[in-house]
Write a protein that binds this ligand. Sequence first.
Ligand SMILES: [Zn+2]
Length: 167
Amino acid sequence: MAKLRILTYPDPVLAKKAEPVGEITPEIAQLITDMVQTMYESEGVGLAAPQVGHSLRLITVDETGPKERARPMVILNPVFSDCTGVKESEESCLSLPTFLCTVKRSEFVTVRGTNEKGEAIEIKAEGLLAIILQHEVDHLDGKTLVDHASRLKRTMYASKVKKWLKD
Ligand SMILES: [Zn+2]
């Protein structure tokens, strides 16, 4: 197992639409294991493959967080159906240090995909889990919290990051 490096804004991989995962090769299985570990060690509740440099439709989620690690979940090729309700949530992202943004999310979602064994799964989620799932699937479509923010907020963050990169 290895902790992977998490890419941060404005890395171009984060802005790319990710490709579907085909067969679960040994490399993909290893990537899944490493992503779960990386998620926990980074104090995250979710991670998407593009965040670790793989433009693939693969996410890991555990809404119980790195201390409990009670419900690790791996979803390949996740697709939403039945998204209902509206909920505002304040979110942060491992790929956007210091950035916080309020986002309008669906309150209830159903996600279909496959798990790490290639079995079809369907997850009905609400609350924090529903929000994490929407946040992670955004990453697969090349979308981050920055894209949910106002133009002003986005410009301010971009110049802040530019300054960090110079220093
Ligand atoms: Zn994120």
